[in-house]
Design a protein around this ligand. Structure first.
Ligand code: WTA
Length: 659
């Protein structure tokens, strides 16, 4: 706990601009407090009211929250609805049929627009196509696709049939994909021939084939392939089908299958503190409700807004704020295939200007990388672009340092756009602690206050709340509709990870340290308190990387820690002991390179350690436990001032301190 100390030295404060507040969904702090009080007074009534107002129910619910089997909470369980119906059909009925749903910009700059009518027809044709392959309610379908309209279509088509999708980020390796396919028990895999990123074609189908060849995937009888580039692919007759062929001649309507509000809409894998990723299972009703509500509250979405979330659809941000939230809100959104630095690092600003984006949502890592680029090259500085369409900015996925916040606010937002720093997680389904831009005053580096209905608090190791100004463990005191329902296939791990007995068994443990400001009660997130790293906004378990390293025949032992990095937030630093003598000079570079590509193949390029240091041993206690805190200090290049009296082999520190 002592490690979590107040770093809040930030005194700059930004009031919501009056032009913004006067037309916002929530106008001012009185309106915010009124919503919070409503939730306090009648928690179930509060959520029921929004669920009735914002979603279409095929069969209305009679019960709101069921806590009888805590922590396996259920919401609106006897109600029936369909997520795809709510995202598409409702927009055809309420006058949005010819409104643009998605402005797709390809890697090479080609722009294609899809109206709600067109998107609906595509989803229906594909859902009908999936039906011809026998895919039905309750099946699991893994999606391994590029950023594309086809990926949204695939997710929505699954939702339409009541099949549970599990999207795997396109940067994961065959092995990671295989692990997810078998864990979730998929019957089908939807992929693409290749993906285009930064002018390069990268294979997906070949990796998918490798994954399926690893064995244990016999249940996957169908592989459906979106033809993105027309590049060469291997083909298994009978199993593989082109997406385009499957959709040809299919009717452009398809009845949406009503499912229970608790029906799993998707499973999304994320890293935890063990070597095995967790399949976070989300519901249909509660999840969609919060996706819709946060579009209104945090993003203040208006009918004419152009919304752009730059996250990859393989992460939760792309699920909630691309595939579901904006569509459920009837919004127009930009969907971008490529990367922010191609053809140059002005791409985001150029796209905002060309598409007249009003609400822009990106990751702190992207902002930090673009700051560096803009400082190096005046021509791609945001001031060179007309960004006057912007009215709101957002960030998510990792802490944003106040300097980056200020740069974003000044140079991208022209000083006039509120910046919503949104704290949330794969497990929470949507924003948890975030400003309401028409109400909340902003402090750079703080995600400010919990959204109405979210009962966030900071506690000590025994579950007791700590006074404001003291650091502690971030928890959520009451269940909320879009929370994780369980870990797929592992309810015991769900209970242990998120509702630990040490905290009394009733508090949701986010896994982050946090502190509230003494005066404003604002939250600042201090980072993970478990063995999870956040590299460029990607969650990585240190154990996962360690198991990948030790599976290499050269490696005897490995320990992975994070160290602060100016651009990526944290960087991966691995300490490795080989089965042979410690390598030096060229040999050490060669083996480090070999191990980095090994990790890339085992997990994916995002998990490659930035630095690998070799030692004869690792610093251990007499009982053989690796002293990670020492490794963290070594990785940072710190002089060790900590107590090392329990260290078995103090001599090792000097060896490992040399990078
Ligand atoms: C971190 C991403 C500080 C945090 C939506 C959390 C943040 C993890 C913020 C979840 C923020 C997310 N400020 N830290 N605004 N948002 N985090 O599951 O450590 O990929 O636990 O969900 O990212 O990452 P995940």
């Amino acid at each position: 706990m002592k490690m979590i100390e107040s770093h809040l030295q930030e005194h700059r404060i930004f009031l919501p601009p009056s032009e913004f507040s006067s037309v916002a969904a929530v106008r001012g702090m009185d309106a915010y407090h009124a919503l919070c009080e409503e939730a306090e007074r009648d928690y179930e009534g509060f959520w029921a009211r929004h669920a009735h107002e914002l979603l279409h129910w095929h069969k209305p619910f009679t019960k709101v929250l069921d806590e009888s089997n805590a922590p396996f909470y259920t919401w609106f369980e006897d109600g029936e609805l369909n997520a795809s119906y709510n995202c598409l059909d409702r927009n055809l009925q309420n006058g949005n049929a010819d409104k643009v749903a998605i402005v797709f910009e390809a890697d090479d700059g080609t722009v294609t627009r899809f109206t709600y009518r067109e998107l609906h027809a595509r989803v229906c044709r594909f859902a009908n196509g999936l039906k011809t392959r026998g895919i039905k309610k309750g099946d699991r379908v893994v999606i391994y696709m590029p950023m594309s309209v086809e990926c949204v279509v695939a997710m929505q088509a699954c939702a339409r049939l009541g099949a549970t999708h599990s999207v795997v980020f396109g940067g994961f390796s065959a092995k990671s994909l295989h692990e997810r396919i078998t864990d979730v028990g998929a019957v089908a895999l939807i992929t693409a021939d290749e993906q285009m990123r930064g002018g390069k074609a990268l294979s997906l189908k070949a990796i998918a084939d490798d994954a399926l060849a690893l064995g244990g995937c016999e249940a996957v009888e169908n592989v459906i392939v979106y033809c993105r580039t027309g590049g060469n692919v291997g083909w298994t007759e009978g199993r593989d089908h082109w997406m385009q062929d499957l959709c040809a001649n299919q009717p452009d309507t398809c009845e949406a299958e009503p499912v229970s509000a608790e029906h799993p809409l998707f499973v999304l894998y994320t890293s935890g503190s063990t070597g095995k990723p967790k399949g976070v299972q989300h519901s249909t009703g509660g999840y969609l409700l919060w996706a819709r509500m946060t579009m209104k509250w945090t993003f203040d979405i208006k009918p004419d807004d152009i919304f752009w979330c730059t996250a990859d659809i393989g992460w939760v941000t792309g699920h909630t704020y691309i595939a579901y939230g904006p569509l459920a809100a009837g919004a127009t959104q930009v969907l971008f295939e490529g990367i922010p630095t191609y053809p140059d690092a002005g791409r985001f600003w150029d796209m905002i200007a060309r598409h007249k984006v009003n609400i822009f949502y990106t990751a702190p890592t992207a902002i930090r990388a673009l700051i560096k680029a803009a400082e190096a090259d005046e021509n791609i500085h945001p001031k060179q672009y007309d960004l006057s369409s912007l009215r709101l900015l957002g960030t998510a996925g990792e802490p944003i340092n106040p300097e980056a916040w200020m740069w974003y606010h000044t140079n991208v937002g022209g000083g006039r756009c509120p910046v919503a720093d949104t704290f949330w997680q794969t497990e929470t389904g949507g924003h948890m602690i975030a400003p309401l831009p028409g109400a909340t005053s902003l402090v750079p580096g703080s995600c400010t206050l919990p959204l109405p209905g979210i009962m966030a608090a900071i506690v000590d190791e025994t579950g007791q709340e700590v006074p404001h100004g003291n650091g502690g463990i971030l928890v959520i005191k009451r269940p909320w509709p879009s929370m994780i329902r369980t870990i797929w296939g592992d309810p015991a791990r769900f209970k242990k990870s998120y509702f630990p007995e040490e905290l009394g068994g009733k508090l949701y443990l986010a896994g982050d340290g946090s502190i509230r400001d003494k005066d404003t009660a604002y939250f600042t997130i201090m980072g993970r308190i478990d063995d999870v790293l956040n590299v460029s906004g990607h969650r990585m378990g240190t154990m996962e990387i360690e198991s990948a390293l030790v599976s290499n025949p050269l490696v005897a032992e490995a320990a992975v820690v994070g160290r602060p990095d100016d651009t990526t937030g944290e960087a991966i630093c691995a300490f490795v002991v080989l089965k042979r003598a410690r390598p030096e000079g060229d040999e050490s570079h060669r083996i480090a390179a070999e191990l980095r590509s090994w990790v890339g193949r085992e997990i994916g390029p995002i998990a490659k350690p930035k630095e690998i240091r070799f030692g004869d041993n690792l610093p251990k206690t007499r009982s053989g436990k690796i002293m990670r805190r020492l490794l963290r200090s070594l990785a940072k290049g710190e002089h060790i001032t900590q107590d090392i009296s329990t260290l078995e082999n103090p001599g090792i520190l000097e060896q490992l301190s040399q990078s």
